[in-house]
Design a protein around this ligand. Structure first.
Ligand SMILES: Nc1nc2c(ncn2[C@@H]2O[C@H](COP(=O)(O)OP(=O)(O)OP(=O)(O)O)[C@@H](O)[C@H]2O)c(=O)[nH]1
Ligand SMILES: [Mg+2]
Length: 339
């Protein structure tokens, strides 16, 4: 089947072509780039919602509840579950962990999981591309669940427009986010497992930390490309700042979910009213542009560099006759890119 037929089918709502195109971008299939070029003009409509937090806090249970809430509102929902720590992919492993029995068979719901691509950069790119495919397919809400509690999760969660950080009591630490550095990316905090008495303490600790003041960081990214255009801080949104809510939930029975759904809509409205939505999207796209340029430049340098030059550089690093910086300059000169 031609790539044009496949993308046309996706745009008209065909399910199998959706699964197939996601597999293409996931595996870096030779036709993936053309597919993305065709689909890209149709993206930009979906609301990308990230759900992140330490293992076992109840992210999948929450995603399940959110998906059902959106279905009741007649919205089409896609779920992308990402595990940067696991090499398994395709649906079985993570799919089991998303308990979505109520949703299976509903054509308005699409669930997919993605796992480690060997490198974080590879996974982040695959996720970014899969989100474009889902966006073009016309889903109203795309729920991106990321497992883990480290930098990799933060990197992937950043691609969402609204980021929900899920905390839960009784995981050994009052607030997991402090350790993991995910505090800065939260637009909404959910304290799940609010049926447990310790949940109140977790919520209080979070609120105290928020009062101490942490600037949201992910739309204040610095891009070298923008810096070169002398546009170093284009991301300051107008209007009142967003107040990060701390919402208790019991994801196993749906308690508190209406408040979460309302907060997500309020955040989206805030992003629209303040102009921040466009700025975040722009930051994300420039990020992708920079990352692509970096890896493409590196690929070209490696392709053009004679093996003996590289061996010589490494030997001179070993015997301390050349700094890594000077070696980089010599390598650029050897491939005709000296500044
Ligand atoms: N008591 C209680 N248990 C919950 C609640 N939400 C989820 N759980 C339970 O907590 C466990 C983990 O839930 P998941 O939804 O799989 O958590 P997760 O964050 O997706 O887990 P990972 O994807 O493995 O990081 C399951 O046994 C759930 O049944 C809740 O609100 N209260
Ligand atoms: Mg999960």
């Amino acid at each position: 089947m031609s790539i044009q037929t496949l993308t046309d089918q996706l745009l008209s709502g065909h399910r199998r072509s959706l699964a197939r195109l996601i597999t293409y971008v996931e595996n870096d299939h030779p036709d993936a780039a053309e597919a993305l070029e065709r689909l890209y003009p149709h993206t930009g409509q979906a609301h990308l919602i990230g759900i992140t937090g330490a293992p076992g806090t109840g992210k999948s249970s929450l995603v399940n509840q959110l998906a059902q809430a959106y279905r009741r509102r007649e919205q089409r929902v896609a779920v992308l579950a990402v595990d940067p720590t696991s090499p398994f992919s395709g649906g079985a492993i993570l799919g089991d962990r998303i308990r979505m029995t109520e949703l299976t068979g509903d054509p308005g719901v699409f669930i997919r999981s993605m796992a480690s691509r060997g490198s974080l950069g590879g996974l982040a790119r695959a996720v970014g591309d899969a989100l474009k495919v889902l966006d073009a397919a016309g889903f109203d809400k795309i729920l991106l669940e990321t497992v883990g509690a480290g930098q990799s999760e933060v990197e992937i969660a950043k691609t969402a427009q609204t980021v929900i950080v899920v905390e839960a009591p009784g995981l050994g630490d009052d607030v997991q986010a402090i350790k993991a550095g995910i505090l800065e990316i939260a637009d909404i905090f959910v304290v799940n497992k609010a049926d447990r008495p310790e949940a109140k303490r977790t919520a209080a600790a979070l609120k105290m930390m928020l009062e101490l003041g942490h600037a949201p960081a992910h739309h204040l990214l610095r891009h070298s490309l923008l810096a070169s255009l002398d546009q170093t801080s284009p991301y300051e949104a107008a209007g009142p700042a967003w107040t990060i809510p701390v919402l208790p939930t019991v994801a196993i029975n749906g308690q508190g979910l209406d408040e979460v759904v309302a907060a997500i809509e309020q955040h989206r409205q805030h992003l629209l009213d303040s102009g921040e939505l466009a700025l975040r999207d722009r930051a994300r796209l420039i990020d992708e542009l920079e990352t692509t340029l970096q890896s493409e430049l590196m690929r070209q340098v490696i392709a053009r560099l004679p093996a003996d030059v590289l061996a010589e550089m490494v030997a001179r690093l070993d015997d301390r006759s050349l700094t890594p910086q000077a070696a980089a300059q010599k390598i650029l000169a050897a491939v005709g890119l000296a500044g």
